[in-house]
Write a protein that binds this ligand. Structure first.
Ligand code: CO
Length: 169
């Protein structure tokens, strides 16, 4: 079942999400809902807080649904190491229509449980490293806007405030 994607301003997006204790049927149903929701939005990543669940679950699929084997389901992900720096334009399904150049690590190693409950290490670079860091940030209540220099962030949040006043956010 597709779920509405919450936008910047929703309090749950700024909260640290709770770890998943057990892979229950509810968690599996949430993952399936997130997959459908992310693919329907043609997104490459989605975190549970974006659909209103403050749980440490996120999905990354750089193929945006074209290659099922590329779907990564990350439960309780932890960053093992991060190195280097990349600067690329980035967006977020919770901040629609807005992109900004965000500093991210060039290489990222993480450990996460997959949908079958197996602990897996992922060593990523480039776009995958960026996407993983973006989604893990969501689980810590951090949006890409929070990674911008204050003047850029301020310009964007002012734009969003204007859209909100006009009833377009
Ligand atoms: Co996002």
């Amino acid at each position: 079942m597709r779920r509405p994607i919450l936008r910047y301003g929703a309090p749950v997006l700024q909260q640290k999400a709770a770890p998943v204790d057990a892979l229950t049927a509810d968690v599996d149903a949430l993952i399936e809902d997130m997959r459908e929701t992310m693919h329907a939005a043609a997104g490459v990543g989605l975190a549970a807080p974006q659909v209103g669940e403050s749980l440490r679950v996120c999905l990354v699929d750089l193929s945006a649904g074209r290659r099922p084997e590329q779907l990564l389901v990350l439960i309780n992900p932890e960053v093992l190491s991060a190195e280097g720096l990349q600067l690329k334009e980035e967006g977020c399904l919770s901040v629609p229509g807005i992109e900004a150049t965000v500093p991210r690590p060039l290489k990222l190693s993480i450990r996460a449980m997959d949908r079958d409950g197996e602990l897996r290490d992922i060593h990523a670079d480039g776009l995958l490293a960026r996407a993983l860091q973006h989604e893990i940030d969501h689980l810590n209540g951090i949006l890409f806007l929070d990674r911008l220099r204050p003047e850029y962030r301020w310009a964007i949040t002012r734009r969003i405030a204007r859209l909100r006043r006009a009833g377009k956010w």
